[in-house]
Design a protein around this ligand. Structure first.
Ligand SMILES: [Zn+2]
Length: 413
């Protein structure tokens, strides 16, 4: 029986399990956490600690503790970075001009075609190590750079291999509907048929994805096309989610709620009705401030209205090589504070309990007995420091499933 005792904890901040009191962090007066077989067994004052023989000892040295951060929206598996495009954008080229010159998502697709599963894993691992060392303990991993049955399955196989061999938990999402591949640019019907009649059944049968996602956007997949693809995914037992209302007010968030999606993500252009529909649904409002920053978006999602009307918001990096080259959830906390004007408490709640809900998980996101022992010990005197003092790594020790997996910015197991 694997036991761990974390003692000498300086402060603790955690959501309540079960989405009680959204956006509120409890501040329990605890200095000790006991972990058994990867699960939190007890948390409290050392003077009241129950007998717990045989435990490995971890001295927190006064650090604060929160649940591990959950990055519910990420595209971490690709074959090449795209800094040349970033340079072009910095010099003033638009995303559309870059795509026309052979860049964008289709550039990533071309590079993935020439890569093996092992090569994809090797390329992704350092990014996953970084994420872990910055306090992320669970991450979503989307495919979407294959855009063919073989290419998508190759990415999903790489994600499964990384999940098996890396301490991070990866939740696999099929994103074959990321973009129309070149050969289907003039034949949308052909690609939609390929998605619904071949790719989705093959992915569902492989067991390599738990959800399906789509880029519902003007010029990409329309609301009608998105409904068709996601309905097929649901019929094959996959949960669904939507890249929605990012660049234009198309109505993707409403579609997400209609289909009972896990989340509607980006939503910079969600309208007032969309906010009400999300608030009265079980669909999470997915906030991606790193992408908004990276793309110099002028529009922000109406986060305060969503919080006030009772929508559940979650926070993620959107880590990907084209529009959010950042695997560090601490930057998401900072940029949510600056761009979306959320408090440290709200941002941390969104990045733990909110993000767990966005992945359909109830076993993590709170520091309570029975929850997974995914924990971060922070080198700061209060949670308010996390979004405030930005650009450096505050994660001192990262515990995943009851094991120390990173210390001072470096993966150790
Ligand atoms: Zn995305």
């Amino acid at each position: 029986m694997a036991r761990l005792r974390i003692r000498n904890i300086g402060w603790a901040a955690t959501p309540s399990a079960g989405l009680e009191n959204p956006y509120t962090l409890r501040r329990p007066a605890i200095d000790t956490v006991l972990v058994e077989n990867g699960t939190i067994f007890w948390a409290g004052k050392s003077s009241e600690q129950p007998d717990f023989p045989g435990a490995e000892d971890l001295d927190a040295e006064g650090r604060g503790i929160t649940p591990g951060l959950i990055d519910f929206h990420a595209h971490p598996v690709f074959a090449a970075t795209r800094e040349a495009e970033f340079e072009l954008r910095t010099a003033g080229a638009s995303y559309t001009e870059i795509a026309a010159a052979g860049g964008g998502i289709l550039n990533s697709v071309k590079r993935v075609q020439d890569e093996t599963v092992d090569g994809l894993c090797d390329f992704a691992r350092p990014f996953l190590d970084n994420a872990l060392a910055h306090g992320t303990t669970t991450m979503e991993a989307k495919s979407g750079y294959g855009l063919s049955t073989d290419g998508e399955l190759k990415l999903l196989k790489a994600i499964a291999e990384l999940d098996r061999t890396h301490p991070l938990d990866l939740l696999p999402t099929f994103l074959g509907a990321h973009e129309y591949p070149l050969e289907y640019r003039e034949n949308h019907e052909g690609y939609l048929k390929l998605l619904t009649d071949e790719m989705i059944p093959a992915v569902a049968q492989s067991g390599l994805a738990v959800a399906a996602d789509i880029f519902c956007e003007t010029g990409v997949f329309s609301v009608e096309e998105s409904r068709r693809v996601l309905t097929a995914a649901k019929a094959h037992g996959l949960a669904v989610k939507v890249h929605a209302d990012q660049l234009t007010p198309l109505g993707g968030a409403k579609l997400a709620a209609e289909l009972g999606a896990l989340s509607a993500d980006h939503i910079e252009f969600i309208d007032d009705e969309g906010v009400d529909i999300l608030a009265s649904s079980g669909t999470v409002a997915g906030l991606l401030p790193v992408a908004a920053h990276f793309l110099r978006m002028h529009e922000d999602p109406p986060v305060r209205a969503m919080i006030e009307r009772g929508a559940i918001c979650a926070l993620a990096t959107d880590f990907n090589p084209g529009s959010a080259m950042c695997e560090n959830m601490q930057m998401a906390l900072h940029l949510a504070a600056i761009r979306f004007r959320v408090t440290a408490e709200e941002a941390i709640w969104m990045a733990t309990a909110g993000s767990a809900k966005a992945l359909g998980l109830s076993d993590r996101g709170a520091l309570e007995p029975g929850q997974r022992a995914d924990l971060v010990l922070w080198n700061v005197p209060s949670p308010a420091m996390l979004p405030y003092h930005f650009g450096i790594n505050h994660a001192g020790i990262v515990v995943k499933g009851g094991r120390v997996v990173a210390r001072n910015g470096t993966r150790v197991q």
